[in-house]
Design a binder for this molecule. Structure first.
Ligand SMILES: [Cu+2]
Length: 291
């Protein structure tokens, strides 16, 4: 199995990511507001996922629990990815055979798999950071859209001690079918911690997309629909942060550093079924302001 097999699951997002790949990185963040929450000061075990334009380098020696995850992006192309736990009933031998095959593994069903909710969309040459609760097992790091090689990340059993305290959050956002909650009021600019919880029955993700002032939910949905059909300016789709796809019940805490402006929260997770249209086309888009 290589990452191309995952394209079958996420074809709806492919056109946008290809379009995003043509975009030059730009200065994304203002540094005007002081941080009110610092994930690095929590003293959590830390893991770093190194990425370039070829693929991922998984951390080693990780044990299960609440972790500070940093994604260091040394490449030049936009990065969108997720972490998926290989089901325990898939043997190492079967997994190796799957990785050597171009066919879709039988165990790939995005609606049933455990998906971590990783820090997503780090700028090229930059980083994304968040806190995740990771369980023991074999995790695959997958870029569903842009040609990077997958990596296998092995997480050992944790110590079984008391769970680490929950990070303080400036913003709380819920994901569900097919909507976001918590973004009906303006969000503070600068470095902030967002607590993101998938309260739905399906898997969901979050991409933070700068949009023109005056944009509406309908206009953003239409713009995404147009881009998926090859119409419009592909540079419109350039998320400046997000959380990779997460299965139901998952909470993560992500550090975002947003300039004042108008944004859309969008979910590009594919709909179950045959056409893999992103949830955004089902209305999972919320326009909000940062100030
Ligand atoms: Cu969704």
């Amino acid at each position: 199995m290589d990452r191309r097999t995952f394209l079958l699951q996420t074809a709806g997002a492919t056109a946008l990511a290809v379009a995003a790949g043509a975009i030059r990185p730009r200065a994304l963040f203002a540094q005007s507001a002081p941080p009110v929450a610092d994930l690095a000061s929590l003293g959590l075990p830390e893991v770093t996922i190194a990425v370039d334009d070829a693929g991922f380098t998984a951390p080693s020696g990780t044990t299960a629990g609440r972790l500070l995850m940093t994604v260091e992006h040394a490449g030049g192309k936009p990065l969108h990815f997720f972490a998926v736990r290989v089901p325990d009933e898939v043997s190492d031998e079967q997994l190796a055979a799957d990785q050597a095959s171009a066919a879709e593994p039988a165990w790939v069903d995005m609606t049933k798999l455990e998906l971590l909710g990783t820090p997503d969309w780090p700028p090229p040459g930059g980083r994304a950071q968040g806190v995740v609760d990771v369980s023991a097992g074999r995790w695959m790091l997958v870029d569903p859209t842009d040609g990077r090689d997958v990596a296998l990340w092995t997480v050992g059993a944790g110590s079984g001690g008391a769970p680490a305290a929950e990070p303080a959050a400036d913003v709380e956002v819920g994901l569900a079918e097919m909507d976001f909650t918590g973004l009906d009021r303006p969000v503070p600019a600068g470095p902030r911690v967002w607590k993101i919880t998938n309260r739905g029955a399906l898997e969901h993700e979050l991409a933070l997309l700068p949009v023109p002032a005056g944009s509406t939910k309908d206009s953003v949905v239409q713009a995404i629909a147009d881009l998926l059909q090859g119409k419009g300016d592909p540079s419109q789709f350039a998320p400046v942060g997000g959380q990779g796809i997460a299965s139901k019940g998952v909470t993560s805490w992500q550090r975002f550093d947003l300039e004042p402006g108008t944004y859309a929260a969008v979910c590009m997770s594919p709909m179950p079924g045959t056409d893999y249209a992103p949830h955004a086309l089902e209305g999972m888009v919320e326009v909000f302001t940062v100030r």
